[in-house]
Ligand binder design. Sequence first.
Ligand code: AMP
Ligand code: FE
Ligand code: FE
Ligand code: ZN
Length: 286
Amino acid sequence: MAVDLHTHSTASDGTDSPAEVAAAAADLGLTAVALTDHDTLGGIDEARRAAEVAAIELVPGVELSVDTGGVKLHLLVYFLEPGPGPLQDRLAALRHGREERNRRILGRLADLGYAVMMDEVLTHARGESVGRPHIADALVARGWFPDRTAVFAELLRDGGPAYEERLRLDAAEAIRLARAANAVPVVAHPYTTGLESAELVSLLGRLADVGLGGIEAYHPEHPPVLRQALARLAHGLGLAATGGSDHHGLGKPGVRIGIGKGDLVVPDEALAELLAQRERPSSAAR
Ligand code: AMP
Ligand code: FE
Ligand code: FE
Ligand code: ZN
């Protein structure tokens, strides 16, 4: 039996509604699915209602972009409930940081000859977390590019001509806030840090010391050997080895719920290990 602990919906930059994500996961026969939209819990209630109908377990979550000593990484935070709370209260500021950054990106695009209005961008966003994918959609709608990927390759990629930084939490602060909210923080797709193996191991060890609960080992962009190596590393550090498809619907063609690019299997144990992390008293953060 399998789960998918990393998915995006229209609440952020996916193209399936939260209910569609839950229903698709149930159709595949998964036992649980986590909705992990960027910087928002806005899709959780809808996903949970659909999950109840489809008899699949819904794990509430969010994906944050954080920084640690100049290294950028994504943090998945599980069991974070909508409503007020130590980390929840910071999400609005992060989304505000997105809005401010989106304006700077539109300024850069105008300078580069690709002027679009914020209103055009917002027609492509159905939730409260708006970002580069929706800006890309606006440029595609103008007929300037064939798809999101082409816009990222030419303009919006990290460090690209129209790229702008945005407000990020410090990794240790985000981990502390997640634990204070009785949630479990997990480093997402560690390959994106670009670190070589020894540096990555040392970084993950340091984050484990401040309360990290898991490492996303099973991800479509991880070759099978890396999935196994990261799972061993997680277990060696006493952490959960988790995984998911990082499904974005049509926003990431070729990646599907549950199976990623076709070869992904996230075992049920991943969720069991996450739950065990939640039971771990915060004083156990070494
Ligand atoms: P943002 O959250 O505004 O920084 O935008 C980052 C999002 O853009 C990621 O979560 C992906 O969903 C999407 N993305 C990143 N790189 C690419 C790419 N090369 N092609 C299409 N979408 C991408
Ligand atoms: Fe995304
Ligand atoms: Fe991510
Ligand atoms: Zn993601």
